[in-house]
Ligand binder design. Sequence first.
Ligand code: FES
Length: 162
Amino acid sequence: MSDSLQDRIEEAIRNPKNMGEMESADSFGTAGSPGCGDMMRMWLKFKDGANGEKIIEKASFQAFGCETAIAVASVATDLLAGKTVDQALSMKGSDLAAPLGALPPMKIHCATLVEEALRYALEGTHALEKAEAPVVSGLVETLSEEKRQPGKAKIVLMPRNS
Ligand code: FES
């Protein structure tokens, strides 16, 4: 493992985990950061626990965002597997980013973006239904369009099935 926060972020975005739309998802949440305009969508698949509680089986994400947001989403989706809904709801951005280490104040909102996408997905306010497919496509198109715009310093990760 690398020493500095920047090294850990670069390591995470070099090989991001759980990236892309999850076709078998039970729910998803989308969040946007009003300050920087970045977007994050997280998909969740649940399974039943031994006591009947809902457990996150797997999580994935798609992002139009900065390196930090993508790195946090990558480590967070790994962290979330096996968590109950209550455990996941109690996680703040700093918990989700913990494998990277403490973020500087100017980057805390990047982890908050991931937290908000997770929260929306957990609250089921964006239950995945066929009728919502155009929304997903719209986000993909938005990401593609942003990628084509020169001068954008953002990193765009295109979806893939997971
Ligand atoms: Fe927008 Fe990081 S700068 S999420």
